[in-house]
Design a protein around this ligand. Sequence first.
Ligand SMILES: [Fe+2]
Ligand SMILES: [Fe+2]
Length: 249
Amino acid sequence: MANAFWRSLFSGRASILAALPWSDDRLLTTQERELVTPSIQQFQLGEGSEGKGLKARARVSALAADDPDFLPALDLFIREEQRHSSDLGRFLDREGIARLKRHWVDGVFRHVRKLAGLELSLSVLVTAEIIAVPYYSALAEATGSPLLRAICARILDDEMDHLRYQSHNLSRLRSLPRSHADFGEWATRSLLMFGTLVIVWKEHDQLFRAGGYSWTRFRCECEVLLDDVASGAITGSAYRRLQWSQSGF
Ligand SMILES: [Fe+2]
Ligand SMILES: [Fe+2]
């Protein structure tokens, strides 16, 4: 599957977004507000990366040389992540909750991505997107706000496609000739995943628990998704719908 597929999917989705229920006047209860505020603030910040470092690495990568649709698809993918941030930001504004300008967890993620090559950089992103699946599922379960639940549903739909997209890119990258250092990066992936899970659980455990997650359920879901990304086994509605409606990919 070439990046033409992802370019088409991301650009098509940008033009046909269903409206979120912004006019619904239900605000968070005091209890919900206490529970979700620090957590949404962190994810809103994390989703808003401009991806400058990733784009710079991507421009000089073998994938860019190999596939003319790689860079345009990457650009559209980053815009989808920024849309997640802007939807969460608009939700925070509506609730009168301040947006964060920085947070140490976001700083660590950005720092690791700066040090990494393209493969590790994509692996860091995959880790974040895997964690997004149980996170937004828990967030939706933990609130009765129709708007917040709709925001979570839309992000979850996007993130499942993002996992497929990253799975495709990582598999293409690994099929190309690589340096010794790239194999060293690959060896750090599991450690990166486990360390990130511990940090995210420590920061958001109350929200996860309110959404029905134990540490074991959270870790197991993430590990299953990581295996699915590695084997290309992720399936989902948007992917199947586009495969049926398009040819040549
Ligand atoms: Fe996202
Ligand atoms: Fe994503």
